[in-house]
Design a protein around this ligand. Structure first.
Ligand SMILES: [Zn+2]
Ligand SMILES: [Zn+2]
Length: 665
């Protein structure tokens, strides 16, 4: 008997094949092909084809293929753990970004030595080339086989309940690891698959166990605590090396670490998780960031407002935040209760909330008096400090904090003004981000989820189209996030790549059909009728703290001169040159340059090292010859040096670099 299948890759063709032909038979035996995509679903390569199947070869170049490789490696880890710790019980083992993990119930936490021993065992398994063999089982069979695995037992029959790799396929399956030579079963695991054909598909030098940590069963705090091992696996040794180098580089740039090393900010235990204090040097950077942003906003026609941190509950009832955002808010403070002399409640306490967003307050400013079409677009700007309750597990330095200041603005405009406003807004946003040194962007357009949205079809269509046109005009890659918009309107977000290629979501431009309704916002149009304005939310940095953290990592602490807390340090060759450098410093200070002279007892070489550690852009060194010639020696952060530069020339070079926001090494 023969049947017809369509092969998409590696070579597109329609083929007549014998009954019993597997996916591997048609996509070839190339070791780089890990699994097959059959009719859009990933299948093991020994999947037996059916008439009309559409078959595609999937390699590690495909993210889904790489995930299969990593997940297969998680099986190998679990086998190794049960060899080393026969009493260990299996949790779940999914692929994750850049790797995989597996959870185990085991008597004690894993040590670094354990991980080394496990890695050795894994390498033996990988080299043995055990076959991953799929076997369909009934629930009863699975229960019988897995009666010593209490966590797997809980997954059987829980289809739909737990979103895990183990179950939830069309059939319940166990994957056996079968020895290549003897054909004997070495190990097995409940899993819906698919996997790579044999453990030889995972190169022993392209995988690594990274670390271990405690984790709750299925990630739920109410459940048992298990021990999780994280690992990573790649298509080749070089890719693994590249990843490890990237991690080292990211670690070197970690803003929490640089923040302490450069004395910029800290998170005092006494204040609480996710709440930063900025030290003087961090304060300088922050002030310069804010000042520049403020001046650009002023030039772009924004008006500045200020609003309080605290508000009565009613405001967030009106805005709807208490309905749909209360989990992100701090619990209320109950104030102003009144009691009778007998201690009876005369007036119930008033609830006050810390604000998680500034928008409702800006709406009150808009609504504080009648508005005419002549005032629109009205652009209200505020460095508004907000507080959001982030779970302690997700709080991370400045990039995910519990209190932060948004560079927040709300634009109120007419429907007709919206396209033009979005266009200039996006240009403004990108222009400003470029000034801070981010230059590599793509844009993401989030469109309507018809299942949950307010606003009419027409409003959504118009606003989405206006955002799309504005985004396309920028000539940047535009990624569509279909159905990903918040229920109250479409959004464009700016994704920026940093110096080591990581993507950060920066600015968002969000159209809102809901708040103008909820707050009854109006303006009087040219024909005298009352109309509802369109509202646009936009935060350019996201928050100052987060942007600060991103820039700190992007520059690895070596800020360009205009942002550097100390821009110049004078380094005397001996004590006798301090006075001379003080004069040079005075002429720089007169031009607004932040300059210090290192008059400490350290030797010159030590002073240079100190300045390098602090990543100060310019060192001006002066000795006898410089004093005699009215000159200084420039030493840059990258170690290059230029000698005998006349002082006036040195001042000009530095002032120009600061004014023009030049990037220097
Ligand atoms: Zn599996
Ligand atoms: Zn807003």
């Amino acid at each position: 008997m023969s049947l017809s299948v369509t092969v998409v890759s590696p070579e597109p063709e329609v083929r007549e094949v014998e009954t019993g032909t597997t996916a591997m038979d048609v996509v070839g035996q190339d070791r780089s092909v890990l699994v097959a995509r059959v009719n859009g679903t990933l299948k093991d390569l020994d999947y037996v084809l059916e008439p009309g199947d559409v078959v595609e070869a999937v390699t590690a170049a495909d993210p889904e293929g790489l995930a299969v490789l990593r997940h297969s490696c998680a099986h190998v880890l679990a086998q190794a753990v049960q060899q080393e710790f026969p009493e260990a019980k299996l949790g779940i083992g999914p692929p994750i970004k850049d790797g995989f993990y597996y959870d185990f119930a085991v008597g004690r936490p894993f040590t670094p030595e354990d991980l080394q021993a496990l890695e050795k065992r894994m390498q033996v398994i990988l080299k043995a080339g055990q076959r991953f063999t799929r076997r369909v089982v009934t629930e009863d069979e699975a229960r019988h086989e897995l009666k010593h695995e209490p966590f797997k037992m809980r997954l059987i029959g829980s289809e739909g309940g737990a979103d895990v790799m183990e179950v939830g396929g069309a059939e319940l399956t166990i994957y056996d690891n079968v020895d290549a030579k003897s054909g004997e079963r070495c190990w097995g695991d409940l899993c819906r698959g698919p996997h790579v054909p044999t453990t030889r598909y995972i190169a022993p030098n392209a995988m690594k166990l990274m670390r271990s940590a405690a984790a709750y069963w299925l990630g739920n705090q109410e459940n048992e605590s298990l021990q999780r091992i994280y690992g990573t696996a790649w298509a080749s040794k070089d890719e693994l090396q590249g990843y490890l180098t990237f991690l080292q580089e990211a670690e070197r740039r970690d803003h929490r670490r640089l923040g302490a090393e450069l004395d910029l900010f800290s998170f005092p235990e006494e204040i609480g998780s996710g709440l930063a204090v900025f030290h003087p040097k961090g304060g300088v950077i922050r002030r310069v960031m804010e000042d520049y942003s403020r001046s650009r906003h002023e030039a772009a026609g924004y008006e500045f407002v200020n609003t309080p941190h605290l508000t009565k509950a009613q405001l967030f009832e009106t805005s709807g935040h208490l309905d749909w955002y209360s989990e992100g808010m701090y619990p209320p403070m109950e104030l102003d209760a009144e009691y009778t002399e007998d201690g009876l409640l005369r007036r119930a306490p008033q609830k006050y909330y810390l604000k998680p967003m500034n928008c409702p307050m800006h709406n009150l400013i808009y609504r504080s008096r009648g508005r005419s079409y002549r005032e629109l677009p009205l652009r209200l700007f505020e460095f508004g400090t907000v507080y959001r309750y982030e779970k302690s597990g997700v709080v991370q330095g400045l990039t995910r904090a519990r209190g932060f200041t948004q560079d927040d603005a709300h634009i109120y405009c007419t429907k007709e003004q919206m396209p033009g406003e979005l266009d200039t807004l996006l240009t403004f946003v990108l222009d400003l981000l470029r000034d801070y040194g981010l230059t590599d962007f793509y844009l993401e357009l989030s469109t309507r989820d018809p299942k949950k949205s307010v606003g009419t079809d027409e409003e959504w269509a118009e606003a989405t189209e206006a955002l799309r046109v504005a985004a396309e005009k920028q000539g940047l890659t535009l990624v569509l996030d279909e159905g990903g918009a918040a229920f109250y309107g479409p959004k464009v977000s700016v994704q920026a790549k940093d110096a080591i290629g990581r993507t950060w979501q920066m600015s968002t431009i969000q159209v809102d059909f809901q708040l103008p309704q909820r707050f009854d916002l109006e303006y009087q149009s040219a024909d005298g009728t009352r109309q509802q304005p369109i509202m646009i939310h936009r935060a350019l940095f996201g928050s100052i703290e987060r942007f600060f953290g991103v820039l700190l990592e992007h520059y690895a602490g070596a800020f360009p001169p205009w942002l550097a807390p100390v821009q110049v340090v004078g380094i005397p060759v001996t004590d006798s040159h301090v006075d001379y450098l003080d004069q040079v410093a005075a002429s720089l200070r007169a031009e607004g340059v932040r300059v210090e002279v290192d008059a400490s007892d350290d030797r010159m070489q030590k002073k240079i090292r100190n300045a390098q550690k602090l990543k100060i852009p310019y060192m001006l060194i002066a000795g006898d010859e410089d004093v005699a010639a009215g000159a200084v020696s420039f030493r840059y952060r990258d170690g290059t040096q230029r000698n005998g530069i006349p002082v006036s020339e040195a001042v000009t070079e530095i002032v120009e670099a600061v004014r023009n926001r030049l990037q220097i090494a």
